[in-house]
Write a protein that binds this ligand. Structure first.
Ligand code: B4P
Length: 192
C-alpha cells in the first residue's frame, strides 16, 4: 500500500490486546483518523446521550452493544469529511453483520477494507493488562466478571472475522507482546 492511496485499515484483537494504544500510533503514522467505537460509546455514556444510556448496560456487563446502535455510529463516521482518505478502525467491526455493513458503506464510496491487522496476545497477559487498567483508570467494565465475559464474546463473535477477512488476503498477524514501541514498529511494517 503506497502513500496517498485511500486506506481503510482495521485492528482486530481481544480486549486488552492494545488496539487503542497501537491504533493511535498507527493512525498518526498513516495520517488517517483513528476511529474507536469503544471510545465513541464511552463518550456517549459520559455525556448521557440517549445512545449512551442504551449502550451503558451492555458495556458494563461485557456484552456487545446491539448492531443497530453501532450501524448508525459507523455510517456517521465513514460519511464524515476526515474519513475521506480512509480511517483506522479500532474496535469495529466486531461481528460478521457489522463487517458486512462496513463493506456496504465503503463500497458506496468506491472503497473497501485494505488491511486487517490482528494483534495476538496470550489470554493470561490480556487479563493482567485489563486488571492493571482497572486499578489505574477505573473503567466500569474492567472487572474480572466483565473481562471474562468480554473475552468469551471476543472468541464467539469477533474472532470469526479473522477467517472472514483471510479469504480476501488482507490479514496480517502481529505479535502483540513486548514494548509499545516494538509492537508499533511491527504494526507499521504489517500495514505497509
Ligand atoms: P473497547 O473500547 O474496544 O475496549 P476493549 O475491547 O476492552 O479494548 P481496548 O481497545 O480498550 O483495550 P486496549 O487493547 O487498547 O470496547 C469497550 C466496549 O464497548 C465493548 O466491550 C463493547 O461493549 C462496546 N463496543 C465497542 N465497540 C463495539 C462494536 N463495534 N460493537 C458492539 N459493541 C462495541 O488496551 C488495554 C490495556 O492494555 C490498556 O490499559 C493499555 O495501556 C495496555 N497495553 C497496551 N499495549 C500494551 C503493551 N504492549 N504492554 C502492556 N500493556 C499494554
Amino acid at each position: 500500500m503506497g502513500e496517498n492511496v485511500m486506506k481503510n485499515v482495521m485492528i482486530l484483537g481481544a480486549p486488552g490486546s492494545g488496539k487503542g494504544t497501537q491504533g493511535k500510533l498507527l493512525a498518526e503514522h498513516l495520517k488517517i483518523p483513528q476511529v474507536s467505537t469503544g471510545e465513541l460509546l464511552r463518550a456517549a455514556v459520559k455525556a448521557k446521550t440517549p445512545l449512551g444510556t442504551k449502550a451503558k448496560g451492555f458495556m458494563d456487563k461485557g456484552l456487545l452493544v446491539p448492531d443497530e446502535i453501532i450501524f448508525g455510529l459507523i455510517q456517521e463516521i465513514l460519511d464524515s469529511p476526515p474519513a475521506k482518505n480512509g480511517v483506522l478502525m479500532d474496535g469495529f467491526p466486531r461481528t460478521v453483520p457489522q463487517a458486512e455493513a462496513v463493506d456496504r458503506m465503503l463500497k458506496k464510496k468506491g472503497a473497501g477494507v485494505d488491511r486487517v491487522l490482528v494483534l495476538d496476545v496470550e489470554e493470561r497477559e490480556l487479563v493482567e493488562r485489563l486488571l492493571a487498567r482497572a486499578a489505574k483508570e477505573g473503567r466500569s467494565d474492567d472487572n474480572l466478571e466483565s473481562i471474562t465475559q468480554r473475552l468469551e464474546v471476543y472468541h464467539k463473535q469477533t474472532a470469526p472475522l479473522i477467517a472472514f477477512y483471510e479469504k480476501r488476503g488482507v490479514v496480517k498477524k502481529v505479535a502483540g507482546s513486548g514494548s509499545v514501541t516494538q509492537i508499533s514498529e511491527r504494526m507499521k511494517t504489517a500495514a505497509a
